[in-house]
Design a protein around this ligand. Sequence first.
Ligand SMILES: *Cc1c(COP(=O)(O)O)cnc(C)c1O
Length: 388
Amino acid sequence: MTLSDNKNASLSRACDAEAETALLTINLSALKANWRKLKSIGANAECGAVIKANAYGLGYAPVMRALHEAGCRKFFVATIAEGEAARQLFSDATIFVLDGIVIGGANRLVAAQLTPIIGSYEELEDWSRLSTQLGRKLQAGIHFDTGMRRLGFGALEAAHVAQLCRKIEPILILSHFVSAQIEHCDLNIKQLSQFDVIRRQFPNIAASMANSSAVFLSQRPHFDLLRPGYALYGGNPTPAVKNPMQSVITLQARILVVRDIEAGDCVGYDATWIASRPSKIATLAIGYADGLHLSASGDKHKPAAKAFMNGHYCPYIGRVSMDYIVIDVTDAPDSSVKRGDLVELLGPHISIDDFAAAANVIGYEVLTRLGARYTRQYIEEDLSALAP
Ligand SMILES: *Cc1c(COP(=O)(O)O)cnc(C)c1O
């Protein structure tokens, strides 16, 4: 038995019980190992976790529980509703809301003990007014824009903003890199030097600049708090080199039917694929309604994404449709392809980033589009020794 057989065996063991058509397995041990790895690279910095967008599609509750168990106490969400949901799970966590104080949201933030990341004078005013009303300084993070131009005060406003923060309690200042995944990028240097200027105006306040990729930059812009998302979930934060993170998710679909077709037969909508030889093809019970991009189909300009089964990579053929993908299994050994088998679409052999490249999207999009129709199972299994 090869190492990869072993791994497949352990995954299929976990799902033998039911006959799901497609299965998303989320390995919480790998998630925790990834968090611990980022934390150790950050050395003295605290390691938080970004769990916005339902923990990048993996499910915020099991993800937050696992990370809390690993020791994480600072979480970032995008919306107030996400923050309220996260607050239900743990009372001892700091939950930062990246959207800040959306209009009418201040009271909800206070009620759920959420910490807004403030990036405008209007928000600062709202939060200061509410602090005065309540008779206590409400905590907030302060967002500075050093290049993204999405949210945050300008770097030149730092001194003024620091003065205006008298009525509230800033507990974090943060900024966000434009191109943290590129090691030699002038913009990183420029943003870091602006952030230095900003930090001087907030001498005793924790600072945070590092998303997943920035944790790995040679400048080590870790400051006091890391804010990784993508790398926790197994995405490659260092696209120029091998992924240092463990694979966390495995997406498998069952073969509904295996059939033989003739040379010249077409497959799928619009006949975009025509067999050049007698072929054996398999139809999988998964499609774009499950989050697998239509653009993962092959066409004149690019090859299709591939599925993996029993040691073989089998390309998608024809168009990905809503509920089905057809793969070419002609070159897989006969005995290894049969109705009911589970085929890997994402996982240890097909990384999120590989699939994303084949579909002309980014891995973040692959994760956040993970569908809701298939069965999800959460396992705790140490597969690190079996990495391909
Ligand atoms: C989403 C987000 C992160 C996490 O980024 P990753 O690249 O997923 O690690 C960190 N900070 C901010 C402000 C974000 O919006």
